[in-house]
Ligand binder design. Sequence first.
Ligand code: SF4
Length: 380
Amino acid sequence: MSEAIKEGFSQPAWPLRATTPPPHVSLEDWQDPGWQMRNRIRSADELSRWIQPTPEEVSAIEELSTHFRFVITPYYASLMDPDDPNCPMRRQVVPRPVELADAAGLSDPLNEVEHSPVKNVIRVYPDRIAFCVNNECALYCRYCLRKRMVGDEDWTMRKRELEMALEWIAATPEIRDVLLTGGDPLIFSDRRLEWLLKRLRSIPHVELIRLGTRLPVTLPFRVTDELCSMLEQYHPIWVNTHFNHPSELTADAAAACDRLLRAGIPVGNQSVLLQGINDSLEVMQRLCETLVRMRVRPYYVYQAQLLEGTEHFRVPIEEGMSLFRGMRGRTSGFAIPQYVLDTPHGKVPLDYPFARGREGDDYVVEAWDGAIWREPNPRG
Ligand code: SF4
């Protein structure tokens, strides 16, 4: 971790501080997204140039290599505390043996595959789709909902498959809102992304295009002026990004969000509630207030899913509810995100009247269409 970041590790001060490259890397290379992608960390040996991995982390990297890809950008590695295995950034991306001990976790808890009329198009609501245009990310988060597909070649979208999905959207006039997600759509080159946007904009019933991307967090240098100038040709475009912890809010990340905002793109943030990372009132409030200061709206915080290898991240739903109740009155209303549970019936606010209450180890909620869903969520 760079000294500049380490100094401000627990309290992001304003103005936020930029990351600095290690001595052997020029600032020009550091801020080049191509350099960052080519120099991603892929092994325990490479990781040990940035942090002191514990023996458990080293063995987990090897044991879990066939389960879920391990890749980290140098930029994100520079945010990690080299000496603390419980560092919130480190816990999000470095494997742990506990991932192998989750008896309840599912590979596709939202039944996304069943909700796909064509490959990688997920339709849960009548008027909206999530379109997983690629399956690559700059790094891989250990709690990723799509860990079944990200980094896996079988889920790659070839041009013909993208065409088939576009044909389905064009033939389905109810679809007014298209979320480009993945993986991460900003992994595409500007040219490929522009091809896709142009095709979507040629479909008259597509009113809104949204991009779900974690690159402002994991590789902010990818959000270039050129990218933003291209995106603004295809308005209305909205972006949701994914900061989970205040120490991810660097000057580089803030500058990436600012470039998007200056192109007229509203930027929101979706976090996942993660045990030991952002499940305290102090951390969540600092995250949300700093986001607002960056002009990024805290939008949703998701309950972590019943997903394979993630039991150590899940928080009892009542604790999450009391955390967000605790923010009310202590900060600006628009700095308080909505706490939601994603279900195969869509997102459900974990609040009255949708949250019905606990029945044994399940938490019962009512979805927008009246469907009742029981989420296994032991109190721990
Ligand atoms: S960036 Fe998003 S899609 Fe990619 S691994 Fe992380 S959570 Fe999953």
